[in-house]
Design a protein around this ligand. Structure first.
Ligand code: 2AM
Length: 198
């Protein structure tokens, strides 16, 4: 293995290139309208998080991937669509700005539950809050009111969701960098490939 003590990781769905371009266009529109301190997510980092795992012992990753993959083999590919705009915890005191999911939110929540259960089987922390599918596009260092009445989020094209990706998150001088560690297909028992940790 890598000799590293821990790996920060999460399960997510990747966007198609069309959906990524749509989200990047929304960011460009919002950039001029929303308060300065928003740190916008770089286009290559955009993803739909399903389950945040936190810091993991790297030796546990193969087991986690196999547990999760065994569940996902029994799921089916579906389509998702991004649209609408929102903020957590609220538009009056936003810390996270997101685009919503206008199609496929139910199946995404189902995947999130399966992955949470797989992580729980390994003794990792279970999610206490209900899952809400969203695409984080910006973060604020301190809570701010977001003037959503001034902006409109563009709608988008549907894209296929046929796999879940286990990502590693590593800090860099330019912010977090995400690297796929494993791709877990939905409804197919393909051979799983695990990327080596460096
Ligand atoms: P979110 O921004 O999409 O809501 C990688 O850091 C991903 O894991 C982020 O996109 C974030 O999801 C999620 N994440 C990061 N830190 C987290 C935390 N402490 N709790 C829950 N999810 C977290």
């Amino acid at each position: 293995m890598s000799g590293r003590e821990s790996v920060r990781a999460f399960f997510a769905v990747e966007l198609s290139s069309a959906a990524r371009a749509q989200a990047a266009a929304a960011i460009e529109l919002l950039r001029s309208e929303l308060p300065d301190p928003v740190r916008w997510v770089p286009e290559e980092n955009l993803h739909l998080t399903l389950k945040f795992l936190g810091e993991l012992d790297p030796d546990r990753i193969p087991k986690l991937v196999h547990l999760a993959a065994a569940k996902l083999v029994r799921e089916h590919p579906f389509e998702a669509e991004i649209g609408g705009l929102g903020a957590f915890p609220s538009a009056r005191a936003a810390r996270v700005v997101w685009l919503g999911v206008t199609h496929g939110a139910g199946p995404l929540a189902r995947l999130a539950r399966k992955l949470d259960a797989s992580a729980g089987r390994l003794g990792l922390e279970r999610e206490r809050r209900p899952y809400r599918a969203h695409l984080t596009i910006g973060r604020l260092p301190t809570p701010e009111r977001i003037p959503f009445e001034r902006v409109e989020a563009p709608g988008g094209a549907r894209f296929p969701v046929d796999e879940v990706v286990l990502f590693e998150s590593r800090p860099s001088s330019a912010g977090s960098r995400y690297r796929p560690l494993a791709r877990l297909p939905l409804g197919r028992a393909d051979a799983l490939e695990l990327a080596p940790l460096d």
